[in-house]
Design a protein around this ligand. Structure first.
Ligand SMILES: NC(=O)c1ccc[n+]([C@@H]2O[C@H](COP(=O)([O-])OP(=O)(O)OC[C@H]3O[C@@H](n4cnc5c(N)ncnc54)[C@H](OP(=O)(O)O)[C@@H]3O)[C@@H](O)[C@H]2O)c1
Length: 280
């Protein structure tokens, strides 16, 4: 049987790292990580790095950094998918964002260009609380956010990775678009309260208007590019449009999606939210 050579772009990121772990012991599969620090460097902002990273690859998992909503994403996805197809890539699995209009333009590009494709559209990751934006405020014991009352179906990156693995390996997922959500709707306030309860920590949650939040980010000297993306996410995605649940994870994996509490319990055991981390 021919070896399936898979390029995981963002293969050290929140979902890519998990997909790489899941593929580790799969027979007839060879994994190549695509990122700026990989053995064969891949950079979305440097198209001259793409050809070498795609060479001899059959299947690609596309995660786009920082987000498919940023202005240069559409052009980069267009160029990348055309090049990958020309160089012999047979299948592309795209990680997309639920409710993101710009991401859906990128989905259409992949669908029109790839020989075979699967779109994995995810809602906000649980892991944003432990591996991304919200870790620092949680460690500081003070989380101030807009859209405090919006209900989100936070999704676990472990579940997303399992779905991506299936999509990469199994042709029955070709030409399918999956909408992944967790099994319950929670507000940011409820999510933070759950982390506080399970870690037995005092974490204050303060609801802000979006304008107040943006002003606070500027005070903290967050870069204007990041502020643009955060503003986009809170005004265009986290406004309640994703306040519904799907059962795609259960249909694909044959088991229930992880609850937010399960995620918090599992993550608390790693010590990532321990107060001692505040000092380091
Ligand atoms: N977070 C969410 O809640 C959420 C929800 C739905 C969809 N999404 C989508 O998920 C995608 C991100 O995927 P992810 O969260 O799995 O990955 P991720 O955690 O954002 O991936 C981080 C890794 O990407 C690499 N990277 C950063 N800039 C890069 C560049 N210019 N070129 C190549 N690699 C780069 C970095 O590795 P190096 O430093 O080695 O380059 C970094 O470790 C975004 O497109 C977003 O729209 C996110």
């Amino acid at each position: 049987m021919e070896t399936n050579k898979i390029l995981l772009i963002g293969g050290n990121g929140k979902t890519g790292r998990r997909v790489a772990n899941l593929l580790q012991d799969t027979s007839n599969v060879e994994v190549r990580i695509g990122s700026r620090s990989a053995n064969i460097p891949f950079d979305w902002e440097k198209p001259e790095t793409w050809t070498e990273a795609i060479k001899d690859i059959n299947t690609v998992y596309i995660t786009f950094q920082p987000d498919l909503a940023v202005p240069f994403a559409t052009e980069a996805i267009q160029k990348f998918t055309l090049l990958a197809t020309k160089l012999g890539v047979k299948k592309m699995v795209l990680l997309s964002g639920r409710g993101e209009k710009e991401a859906q333009i990128c989905e259409e590009i992949v669908k029109a260009t790839a020989q075979n494709w699967t779109i994995v559209r995810a809602s906000w990751f649980n892991q944003n609380f432990s591996e991304s934006f919200f870790l620092e405020p949680i460690l500081a014991g003070y989380v101030a956010l807009p859209r405090a009352e919006t209900l989100e179906p936070f999704t676990d990156a472990d579940d997303i990775a399992e779905v991506v693995k299936e999509a990469l390996l199994n042709e029955k997922h070709n030409e399918k678009t999956y909408d992944l959500t967790g099994p319950q709707l929670l507000t940011f306030k409820q999510a933070v309260a759950e982390i506080a309860k399970i870690t037995e920590r005092n974490i204050i949650f303060q609801a802000l208007e979006l304008e107040e939040y943006i002003a606070m980010l500027r005070e903290y000297k967050v870069s204007e590019d990041e502020i643009w993306l955060i503003n986009y996410l809170f005004s265009e995605v986290l406004d309640g449009r994703n306040s519904s649940i799907t059962n795609d994870i259960e249909q694909i994996l044959g088991r229930k999606a992880a609850t937010f509490s399960e995620y918090v319990q599992r993550t608390a055991q790693t010590g990532i939210w321990n107060e001692v981390n505040q000092l380091s």
